[in-house]
Design a protein around this ligand. Sequence first.
Ligand code: ATP
Ligand code: MG
Length: 527
Amino acid sequence: KSYKLYFKSIFTPITLLGFLVLLGLAEADNILYGRVLGFWTTGKYSEDTAIIVSGALAVGVIIFYAAKNLIWVQLALNGSQRIHDEMIDKIVRSPTEFFDINPVGRILNRFSNDLGIMDRLLMQAIFEVLEGIFYFTAIFITIWLANPLVMAPGVGAALLYYFITRISVKPIKVLKALELVTRSPIYSQISLTLSGLIAIRSFHQVDTFIKEFNKLLNNHAKAAYYYWTMQRFLGFYVDFVSSLYIISGVTLINFARSEDSAPGLTAYGITLLLTLSEYLQWILRQTISADMFMASFSRANNYTKLPSEADAELPSDKKYLNESWPQHGQVDFNNVYMKYRQTTEHIIKGLDLHINPGEKIGCVGRTGAGKSSILQILFRMVEIDKSQPEQLDSTVLIDGVDISTLGLHLLRNSISIIPQSPVVFTGSIKRNLDPFEKINEDVLWEVLNEVGLKPYIEKLDEKLNTDMTNASSVFSVGQKQLICLARAILRKNKILVLDEATANVDFETDNFIQRKIFEKFHDCTIF
Ligand code: ATP
Ligand code: MG
């Protein structure tokens, strides 16, 4: 099934047909070239004809081989590029649930490791296998023409090949998986050690960590060693069977030769038989590898089928944008139910709220009571539950508009949030404050002045263009929170949401932020 999907992602029916024909032509030309050389030596052709025909065939071989390689690389790369683009499209539109369930490391792995395998290894393995199938067909036809008897030991050899591969495929796959599984802990251990270097040294734990690292390395080495042993096992026995086949084949060709069989063809058959062993081992290994690498394709391909959240933009949004909705900031919750997963209990059960424009609302409750969950509903990070009959009238309204009828961009743009731990993005300070570059720089400075960051940022070398990618080396947590505050002030939204915005800052900054919010957002609805 994966193979079918894989070929579908690369070929249209027409390009597939064209490609297979090209592969066939290339091998036919290759074999024919060898035959003509044979004719030449037996004097069947005149010197001139032989030179011209074999020359033309040789040029043909070059052209066909180059063409099939180039076309394959181009098509396969296009295919994985398309899959990559679809994956990105789906990931950025995934609901938050997806990111709750999947650690970021796993997602990165799909994009780096799995796509890497598709681009380099899978593509090559599949190509070699395809090429191999055509090559062997060509060889066998020639040998069959030379002497049909040779096919008899061939059947025996094929059965043995099948048996050997059957034995070794499973361990090879399992060991490869084991090799991959034991590899990632090494990487995590390294990054963990590097980030904790100071603590490790000050507590004299260097030896413990070296031991731990060696243990992980050993585990991986064991798996890798057995994997390669298994590969060699396969290689050795395939070689062994091939040798038996070649010996019996060559013997048969020689002894069962009748008076009228062409010596050129016989010699050519023997030559081809001799190349068989090495090549066959290689192709069998490639077949198994292709099978293993296919798992990467399946995983990547699954990402192209992820469910998306609701539409980011809807045609009806224009109307609200034009009347700069929401102008007042009135919020209504009617009989709202919400659960994070289909399978879990409701977290919010029948919430009814009416909030007047400009009201300041404090949510009080134990930890885990569902305060942050209310905010999730407001942003539609999680959709409210309407599955039961008694929930049919469940709605959340902002200024009388049911938010489930809005495009997500419009909704999320119209509510400002200052989260618990400040969120800064990679890029410059300027881009953090004004990602869409719509605001005049003077205004930015004015707002930075209001939140008390102006003197500090003026002292930085690159001022507003200072890179925030490594923000913790430039800003303290409190200062980052002030950047978020500045961002919220610039957005000028009617609704502001603070989720324990000052939990991580000192008393003074806390006071300052509270005062600023009171000053700047006095006519806004604040949660
Ligand atoms: P705190 O004061 O600690 O911030 P809170 O009142 O904000 O608590 P919520 O974060 O709303 O509490 O959590 C309410 C319940 O929802 C908790 O029982 C929690 O287990 C569950 N919950 C919160 N976020 C998720 C999530 N992303 N996926 C699944 N369950 C969640
Ligand atoms: Mg919370």
